[in-house]
Structures are given as structure tokens and as C-alpha cells.
Design a protein around this ligand. Structure first.
Ligand SMILES: [Zn+2]
Length: 238
């Protein structure tokens, strides 16, 4: 087995920002780890690049109606996980592009949250079939360097509490490229499932709708010798 770390990989984290594409990404992929970190006193900020506004099979509803419902669900899930604040960047679901506008939006959040750690999608995983996931991960990484430079979008630095970006470490999720962090989430799994089920528009049959996720987390738990685990890949930054 490859050498890997557990929750201690996050020992130095104080302020964490998670850049996701859709309102339920954080909860399904990393909800257990986030619950463990907020229990430790880590301040967590959640960023949804899109509104999740095509997340329905009901052709009779509208995109604004879906977006409104999903924002409410995201707030409820955040409360369950102890997340400090949810930011929605307002892009349309299924149409996210890692362009200069998205880069600036994310850099602004690095600056106003003063986060020291980023979790985002692995944009380099060739098996990533969702374009929004790839774009969110790419834009989150692209925003890191400019966020530290004072001449980049200097108006952002005049916002209350803002300063140059302070990110020191990055963990990528939704990757199959040899994860090197496996977190035992068995002890908080009920909390994770409750946060996922808060997204009731996505999982209308509750736990039954989440069997795939439980299977997925069990598989990763097996790698660690525990019942349920989540995995990440560390990325060196400087
Ligand atoms: Zn997603």
C-alpha cells in the first residue's frame, strides 16, 4: 500500500475554503472530513461556482426555481456541518468555464476569507467527466497565484477584512490519481448523510438515493481498514 496520511494531514488548518461546482459537491465528496474539521474549530467557507440550476428531471419547473431551492438546501447542509458561510458565484449549471471572471471571483474569496487551505476538484484527473467539476478545480488553482499579488484586481483588497491571499496548502478531491490522504469518517457518518439528505431535491428518496455514496465511502474505508473513509490528494504549492 502507498504511504498515506489521515486526518493529521489537516493539523495545521485553521481557515479552510472549499471550491465546488454544485451545491451538493462538498457534502457528498467531503462532508465527513468537513464535519471533523469544524468539530476541531476550523473555520470553513463553502463556495458553489454554479447555481445547480439544471439539477432536476422535472422539465416543467424553471431554472430560477431550482436555483432557489438548492440555495436553501445548501444553507441547511452548511448548518449541519458547522460551515461558517456559503458563497454562491451565480454561474449556470452545466456551463461553467474557468475564465478570467471566475478566476477573479475566486481570488476575491481567498482574499476576503483569508483562508490558509483550499480543497477543490482535481482538474488534472482525466476521468473527470463533469465539465463544471473540471472548470471549478482549474479556476480555483488558477486564482491562487494572482490572489497573492497586490497589483491583481487591487479593488478587491479594499473590501473590509480583505488582504493578499494566504493559501498555504491544497487538497484535491474527486480524483483517482493515487489519493495520499484517507480520512476515517466512520464516527461522523450520520452527520455526513444528514447533510447530503438536506439536498432533498437531489436525493428525494433519502438514504436509498445515497446507496452509491455509501458504497463508495465503504470502498475507501476498506483501503484504510475502517468502515467509511474519504480521500484526497495533496498538491504542493509555494
Ligand atoms: Zn457536482
Amino acid at each position: 500500500m502507498v504511504d498515506f496520511k489521515g486526518l493529521e494531514a489537516f493539523d495545521d488548518v485553521q481557515r479552510l475554503i472549499v471550491v465546488a461546482a454544485h451545491p451538493d459537491d462538498l457534502e457528498t465528496i467531503s462532508g465527513g472530513t468537513i464535519a471533523l474539521l469544524t468539530q476541531r474549530g476550523v473555520t470553513v467557507f463553502s463556495v458553489n461556482c454554479t447555481l445547480g440550476d439544471i439539477g432536476t428531471q422535472d422539465a416543467a419547473t424553471t431554472r430560477p426555481a431550482v436555483a432557489t431551492a438548492r440555495l436553501t438546501e445548501a444553507e441547511e447542509a452548511a448548518r449541519l456541518l458547522g460551515i461558517q458561510q456559503v458563497f454562491s458565484l451565480g454561474h449556470h449549471d452545466g456551463e461553467l468555464v474557468a475564465d478570467l471572471e471566475l478566476r477573479a471571483q475566486i481570488a476575491r474569496l481567498y482574499r476576503i476569507t483569508q483562508a490558509d487551505t483550499l480543497i477543490t476538484f482535481d482538474p488534472f484527473w482525466t476521468g473527470q467527466v463533469h465539465p463544471d467539476h473540471r472548470a471549478a478545480g482549474q479556476a480555483a488553482l488558477d486564482a491562487y497565484m494572482p490572489s497573492k499579488m497586490p497589483l491583481y484586481r487591487p479593488e478587491q483588497l479594499r473590501e473590509p477584512g480583505a488582504g493578499l491571499g494566504l493559501l498555504k496548502r491544497v487538497f484535491l478531491f474527486s480524483t483517482s490519481r493515487e489519493p495520499d490522504v484517507f480520512v476515517d469518517v466512520s464516527g461522523v457518518y450520520e452527520t455526513k448523510l444528514a447533510a447530503c439528505m438536506a439536498h432533498r431535491s437531489q436525493f428525494p428518496n433519502g438514504l436509498e438515493s445515497l446507496e452509491w455514496l455509501q458504497h463508495w465511502d465503504e470502498e475507501r474505508g476498506t483501503a484504510l481498514g475502517v468502515s467509511r473513509a474519504e480521500s484526497f490528494r495533496t498538491m504542493e504549492i509555494w
